[in-house]
Design a protein. Structure first.
Length: 150
């Protein structure tokens, strides 16, 4: 892992998916947190995303909570529901697992997700710690759209 300034990018296409995909706040926060951690661990998105697409990454549950994914909860229900949702979608993750015994989440984004994120002609520059403050799905949509337009 390298020095982190707390900022990460999402493509305008990913921003549109978040806005129009019919997702709830939990699912959006989880996806954005995972994109942020992928950025930290895998240096994505890049133009050579096919090299990175083969790697599986992991992150402690405490780090997800630090970004507002069930920060006050003493259990893993938020993360269980979010991982079950994304596994049910079947097109963003090739691998996604909540490992409660190790207190980690492991994931591997699909080629579809890499392709969507590699289209960086227009992007939103987001600050990861701002996710903590978002209380509704609309809050998140407005936050992303402001960053996209700015």
């Amino acid at each position: 892992m390298f020095a982190d300034n707390g900022k990460f990018r999402i493509s305008s296409r990913m921003a549109a998916y978040l806005k129009y995909g019919g997702l709830g706040l939990r699912e959006k926060k989880f996806l954005l947190a995972t994109i942020y951690y992928q950025h930290l661990l895998g240096d994505w998105p890049t133009s050579k995303w096919k090299d990175e697409a083969a790697n599986t990454h992991w992150m402690p549950l405490a780090d997800y909570r630090a970004l507002g994914c069930a920060p006050r909860a003493n259990d893993t229900r938020f993360l269980q529901y979010a991982t079950a949702f994304w596994l049910g979608q079947g097109h963003f993750f090739d691998h996604l697992k909540l490992c409660t015994d190790q207190s980690t989440i492991t994931w591997k984004f699909s080629e579809d997700a890499f392709y969507l994120m590699s289209q960086m002609d227009e992007y939103a520059l987001l600050t990861a710690q701002s996710m903590w403050q978002l209380r509704t799905s609309m809050d998140l949509d407005v936050w992303v759209q402001i960053a996209l337009r700015h």
